[in-house]
Design a protein around this ligand. Sequence first.
Ligand code: HEC
Length: 227
Amino acid sequence: MFHWLEERPFFFAVGVFVVIAFAGLIEILPNFAQASRPIEGLKPYSVLEIAGKEVYKKDNCIACHSQLIRPFKSETDRYGMYSLSGEYAYDRPFLWGSKRTGPDLHRVGNYRTTDWHENHMWEPTSVVPNSIMPAYKHMFSNIADIETAYAEALTVKNVFNVPYDQDINGDGNVDVALGSWEDARAQALKEAEAIAADMKNQDVKDAVARGEIPEIVAIIAYMNRLK
Ligand code: HEC
């Protein structure tokens, strides 16, 4: 029966297209269902975390790291629960990545800590002896762009209805406050102070005390958020 098809390249190509399109739809369509996005209780990124995400993009961490745990035993044993589409509802753009020179980072906040990241970003081989990851010393002096991060949060709040200034988990309190630029800046600084308190680099501590947030603090906020 398929002999007829094999002799006709055009219809064969159409057939291949239909089969692949159907398989693609089966994978993609369920993700449009309301129930799958966002997952229950998902909180938007704080302004500091967005600033860290910008550093992640700028310094091209995605060239070596994915953020997508596949549903295979080898991956769930190592990284934890496989990734769900609804977890990315507030990610614009997605940072799934496709290259794994280094490990997946989607749940790195569950097993790495602020002080570990501090040592690792300054000199990866100090904590992972054979690491081939580059050092990111400049992050300790570069100042993160909190203003742009605030603008980004404001944009997704207004354009995509990302739930800032809302009570998401129903405990009567606003979960992630955005407010005015002054409010947001003060909140970002408060989060930065908590991270700097767990760090040992004196220049970073001094900068935060002056009201400036080095990129390393922002990227650590972002790493700690990935759970
Ligand atoms: C050239 C490739 C490369 C780039 C670029 C890179 N990494 Fe890595 N990364 C690695 C490798 C390889 C490892 C595994 C060895 C190690 O832990 O140092 C790793 C490990 C890590 C780990 C530890 C994960 C774990 O589960 O132990 C973190 C966190 C991390 N990288 C964050 C980053 C961040 C943030 C950036 C961007 C600022 C970045 N990496 C850029 C290659 C890279």
